[in-house]
Design a protein around this ligand. Structure first.
Ligand code: THU
Length: 136
């Protein structure tokens, strides 16, 4: 599945996700996350997790990136790269899976570590039997 994107594109996405991760506001969990969306036109829009003293107000990196992209008029997401400082690959939480599915069930989701691990999924694979607009 990774081969749908060039290595160069994946590297660019990873770099953007890593840069965003360094801006994460995570004073409570100390778990910093960066996410970078690849638009169909090749542009990249990134986001980081933004925590809050009222913990439920926390926004994950994936949804920060989606919010930034949608706010700039983009909805055509081809892929997303997620990175953290964890030693093992971390995949998007349930709420973020629902948010990814909203825009593209076939979105390529590349989960990465800073030590070189990469694991690739499709959004639909991460949330089977999802509730979507088709159910409304
Ligand atoms: N987090 C993300 O940014 N993305 C995920 O998919 C999983 C969790 C953040 C939320 C919180 O700031 C920290 O990681 C610990 O849960």
């Amino acid at each position: 599945m990774t081969n749908e994107l060039s290595t160069e594109t994946i590297d660019r996405l990873f770099a953007a996700a890593t840069k965003a991760m360094h801006n994460a506001y995570a004073p409570y969990s100390k778990f910093t996350v960066g996410a970078a969306l690849l638009l169909e036109n090749g542009d990249i829009i990134a986001g980081c997790n933004v925590e809050n003293a009222s913990f439920g107000g926390t926004i994950c990196a994936e949804r920060t990136a989606i919010g930034a992209a949608v706010s700039q008029g983009h909805r055509d997401f081809k892929a997303i790269c997620v990175t953290t400082t964890a030693d093992v690959v971390v995949s998007p939480c349930g709420i973020c899976r629902q948010s990814l599915i909203e825009f593209n069930r076939k979105m390529i989701v590349i989960c990465t570590t800073q030590n070189g691990q990469r694991q690739t999924f499709k959004a639909g694979e991460l949330l089977p039997h999802a509730f979507t607009s088709e159910d409304l």
